[in-house]
Design a protein around this ligand. Structure first.
Ligand SMILES: [Zn+2]
Length: 426
């Protein structure tokens, strides 16, 4: 049992539906076996639990751990190639790097770097786009388990239009996925996600084998890409003779356990189907800006009732930190003029935490710091001479402090990270 004492900010109620930022200036959180057993004013909790060890975090801010809903593990070393649109960037930058993960020694190093970068940034839960090579996916699950991260991941599959060494067959894709799922699905903090790269790189036969894995692996997740770039969307229509979402839906791959990355250029019919099926969208604003993919229509997603969370994408993104990613989401909405959704700091925290937990079906476990949830948290404690520390000292209340945090915080300011009450950073 441990009693944490801190200024705590979280978003238990969705700010897009009228919820407010919850701010407790001096909270006590009693954590028992990794779960928040009690929460209240510190003095009250302390009175009831005089003997417990106290972890005093009052010099900074305690937030829920970040939930990243779209991040590519094999692209760790491909971050920062600027100046290309999606399909050229894939050919020249991402796919050659992804091919290197055929070597397990190389994959082991990348998996270690990747997991360390997520934890360092305050991310405690992630839906990770895996590798095209089963041993490399195995290594990612291993490293995530070693480090304590909550991870959903799977074998990435494609059977056309990539590099030949990244292509698989329907049977091999099924067999390798099922073996990985047998080892890692619902094993501690890891789960399996069926992961076709995008329908552009998948024949109907391969998408059928994805559907079979999804069907045969109870409670598994599904993730892929959608509507990122106009040239990509036109190619999908040419290949399948239907819209992008329909290319998945006709294989039964659109449902409440589905997370689609990007969706920058959806049709109204696609938004309607996403909402009706309960599927989620992973918004990756930095990547969208870097590849020139477009300005995400958040207003249309919200008015259609589509669930939206955040992803850093990597390597088309520019790093792992969801403070930066959420700030970029804010910038993109500002740039959309009258169609932009004005985002407050509470919206940004929600998108980076509780919205992600909801998209991943983990809302009953993580995403805020309510009683009954797992203690997945980060402690932000900037050095006193930094602009962030100055901003926090002079903030006009908790919402302003949080806005300053999204504007200024980096992984260097994250001094502690916990998953299930276990400290994994600091
Ligand atoms: Zn992606």
């Amino acid at each position: 049992m441990t009693l944490f004492r801190a200024q705590v900010l979280d978003t238990p109620d969705d700010p897009f539906r009228g919820g407010q930022l919850r701010a407790d200036a001096d909270a006590g959180l009693l954590v028992v076996d990794g779960m928040i057993a009690e929460r209240g004013p510190y003095a009250d909790i302390r009175r009831e639990h005089r003997g417990e060890t106290v972890v005093d975090l009052r010099s900074g801010l305690l937030l829920p751990g970040f939930v990243d809903t779209h991040v590519h593990y094999p692209q760790m070393r491909a971050i920062g190639a600027l100046g290309m649109p999606l399909l050229e960037w894939l050919d020249r930058c991402a796919l050659p790097e992804e091919a290197r993960l055929a070597d397990p020694g190389y994959a082991r190093e990348v998996a270690g770097e990747f997991v360390a970068s997520l934890v360092d940034s305050g991310t405690t839960t992630a839906l990770v786009f895996g590798s095209h090579f089963a041993p490399a996916v195995d290594l990612l699950f291993e490293k995530a388990t070693e480090r304590g991260l909550r991870v959903t991941c799977g074998l990435v599959v494609g059977d056309r239009m990539l590099r030949p060494e990244l292509h698989t067959t329907a049977q091999r894709a099924y067999d390798e996925a099922r073996e990985l799922a047998r080892r890692w699905h619902q094993n501690g903090r890891t789960r399996y996600a069926v992961t076709p790269r995008f329908s552009l790189s998948c024949t109907d036969e391969l998408l059928d084998s994805c559907a079979a894995v999804h069907e045969d692996t109870a409670g598994c997740w599904f993730t892929s890409h959608i509507n990122e770039n106009p040239a990509e969307i036109a190619k999908v229509r040419e290949l399948f003779g239907c819209g992008y979402l329909d290319s998945y839906d006709k294989h039964g791959l659109v449902g409440p356990n589905s997370v689609f990355a990007h969706n920058v250029h959806p049709t109204d019919a696609e938004l309607k189907l996403l909402a009706a099926t309960g599927a989620s969208v992973a918004h990756c604003p930095t990547s969208n800006a870097a590849l020139g993919s477009g300005l995400f229509p958040l207003d249309r997603h919200l008015s259609s009732g589509v669930r939206v969370a955040l992803g850093c994408d990597v390597g088309a993104g520019t790093g792992f930190c969801l403070f930066k990613e959420a700030l970029q989401a804010y910038f993109l909405q500002q740039l959309r003029g009258p169609e932009g959704v004005p985002l407050t700091s509470a919206h940004l925290l929600h998108l980076a935490t509780s919205a992600g937990a909801d998209a991943l079906g983990l809302r009953d476990q993580v995403g805020d710091l309510e009683v009954g949830k797992r203690f997945d948290a980060m402690w932000l404690d900037p050095s006193p001479d930094t602009p962030l520390a100055v901003g926090l000292r002079h903030a006009d209340g908790p919402a302003d402090a949080l806005a300053k945090t999204f504007a200024l915080a980096t992984p260097h300011d994250v001094h502690g990270v916990w998953v299930d009450g276990q400290r994994v950073k600091g």
